[in-house]
Design a protein around this ligand. Structure first.
Ligand code: ASP
Length: 579
């Protein structure tokens, strides 16, 4: 059907007779001569149909997105018409024959690289949207990432194994999607939130090193970086500790990053403890592309008279370089933002010459406090200092967010900054009944130095869990797993999972652990987010072929949609309307 693809033609092809196929990207009528830009996945080439050509009438008739087969000869473009922006810009195809393979209705939006097209319209006609260059690029980049990571895993002797989609529930902290069973009326499968339990069973099964490019499903509210279904590079290793997991995962992600953004990554991913990340960045996924770090100034105000600071568990501050001239309206907006994030207020201080400060609360600070503060945050003339006081966790998270609001570059800028965050706490706070909540999942091994405090002071216990962060996005999580039934039992009981309930929900795993479970550990890397960052996109929908909208619908297929009464009956289901 074709001898060449439009995007590959170059000056060396001049004189060659070619047949190319593709869509009409543009059609221009220039005083009798018709120019058609023919596009396929490789790019586009200009086709010229002159008035004498037997196909002239056909060329006259064609419109955008019609599908053509063009026979002709490659020739140099006339002087002055070379397009250096286009890889094929030195040549054109002088058409002898234009065959219409299919017509097209006018597309509902232009298929150039314009960014302002309504997203629902794009998703409704995703097949057209996919013809656009950015989508073509993103999905090819995505395939490359998968290929590189697979190759890295294969090279490290990991075995690719598929795990089932119709399973019993796997706890990852989200709601399950469930599938009703026709054969066992009233029973439901859960779709996997992750292959977690199966990969652990594979370790008991002696597979040593497993990986999978796995689809995971979680019924959570959708955001720019979250879809109901997403892909992970999921991996697990036996006789392995945290070091082994970090090493194996680093190799895979660095290989992919190097392939897409050559020369931008180093060989080793730096590490930071969770505690340090929270103290310095107010976040467990610190964006280390820029400074604006948090400082602890609690001690400076140890004996302060200022009511808002006295007795605060922590006083944290950031220094905005050159920010002293920020207008009052902006400072008021920042204060409102801080309050909406949970702070009682935000103290701002403009630093003027000779360490003079300008602030509504300046009168409450004595000289030693002022100098101590400016020293602690490294403030100089012309800077702005922002302070939040109160509970440590609140002060960190509020300033961590203000830091992002003030300094965060677009995700595609400032290079690629990977970071391992290690030593996460085992639990993240408590639920309404006062029970600890797993920070990762209930199969995470406590830190060996802290395990004795499991019952006496659970919230102080660190875990052997770690996250991978890239440019301030959480790219993945993993942990060393509990392989001993006694420790697993202790964690379950802290989480309020009674032995009978544990047996009912995860009995199969606990049973397996009674038959010589090896120590094991693993990780999962979110592929959608990874590709989005590598491609400089803030929204993962841009790197997914057929994503759902923010409200969880697919404008293309109409999913989710009601099913017919027959099907409901067969499944033994009845719909109860929302009151
Ligand atoms: N199952 C975890 C997740 O999907 C990853 C892991 O612990 O390996 O987040």
């Amino acid at each position: 059907m074709r001898t060449h693809r439009p995007g590959v033609l170059r000056a060396v092809d001049v004189g060659t007779t070619v047949t190319v196929c593709g869509w009409v990207a543009h059609r221009r009528d220039h005083g009798g001569v018709i120019f058609l830009d023919i596009r396929d996945a490789t790019g586009l080439v200009q086709v010229v149909v002159s008035p004498g050509s037997p196909s002239f009438d056909t060329a006259h008739r064609v419109r955008s997105e019609w599908v053509l087969q063009v026979e002709g000869t490659v020739r140099p473009r006339p002087e002055g018409t070379v397009n250096s922006e286009l890889p094929t810009g030195e040549v054109e195809v002088a058409a002898d024959l234009v065959v219409v393979l299919n017509e097209s209705e006018p597309p509902p939006f232009p298929l150039d690289d314009r960014r302002d097209i309504d997203e629902v319209l794009r998703l409704r006609h995703r097949y057209l949207d996919l013809r656009r260059e950015p989508m073509q690029d993103h999905l090819r980049a995505r395939a490359r990432v998968n290929r590189e990571m697979r190759a890295a895993m294969d090279a490290q002797d990991f075995v690719e194994i598929e795990t089932p989609m119709l399973i019993a529930s796997t706890p990852e902290g989200a709601r399950d999607f469930v599938v009703p069973s026709r054969l066992q009326r009233g029973s439901f499968y859960a779709l996997p939130q992750s292959p977690q339990l199966f990969k652990q069973l594979l370790m008991v099964g002696g597979f040593d090193r497993y990986y999978q490019i796995a689809r995971c499903l979680r019924d959570e509210d959708l955001r720019a970086d979250r879809q109901f279904e997403f892909m992970q590079l999921d991996l697990e290793l036996t006789f392995a500790d945290q070091e082994d997991v970090l090493e194996a995962t680093s190799r895979a992600v660095l290989a992919a990053a190097e392939a897409l953004r050559p020369g931008e990554v180093r060989d080793v991913i730096p590490r930071m403890t969770w505690h340090e990340a929270m103290e310095r960045y107010g976040s467990d996924k610190p964006d280390v592309r820029f400074g604006l770090e948090l400082h602890d100034v609690t001690e400076v105000f140890e004996s302060t008279e200022f009511r808002a600071f006295a007795g605060a568990e922590a006083i944290k501050a950031i220094c905005v370089k050159g920010g002293a001239d920020m207008p009052r309206s902006r400072l008021d907006a920042l204060t409102e933002r801080a309050k909406s994030l949970g702070a009682v207020g935000l103290v701002w201080i403009r630093v003027r010459e000779h360490q003079q400060i300008e602030s509504p609360v300046a009168k409450f600070f004595d000289e030693a406090e002022t100098i101590g503060l400016l020293d602690a945050v490294g403030a100089e003339t012309g800077d702005l200092v922002l302070i939040v006081a109160g509970k440590r966790s609140m002060a960190r998270s509020v300033l961590g967010q203000l830091r992002l609001d003030l300094g965060r570059p677009p995700v595609g800028e400032g290079g690629l900054h990977f970071l391992w965050v290690v030593d996460f706490p085992l639990f993240e706070g408590v639920d309404e009944s006062g029970r600890p909540i797993s920070a990762h999942h209930p199969f995470t091994m406590p830190h060996p130095d802290d395990i004795d405090r499991l019952e006496s002071d659970p919230l102080s216990v660190r875990s052997q869990a770690y996250d991978l962060v890239l440019n301030g996005w959480e790219l993945g999580s993993g942990s060393v797993r509990i392989h001993r039934p006694d420790i697993q039992q202790r964690v379950f009981s802290l989480l309020g999972i009674e032995p009978e309930a544990a047996q009912e929900r995860f009995g199969f795993l606990l049973d397996a652990f009674r038959f010589g479970a090896p120590p094991h550990a693993g990780f999962a890397v979110g592929i959608d987010r990874f590709v989005a960052i590598l491609e400089g996109e803030e929204n993962i929908r841009e790197v997914i072929a057929f994503p759902k909208t923010q409200s969880g619908t697919d404008p293309l297929t109409g999913a989710p949609s009601p099913i017919d009464p027959e099907q409901l009956k067969e499944l033994g289901l009845r719909i109860i309307e929302k009151p």
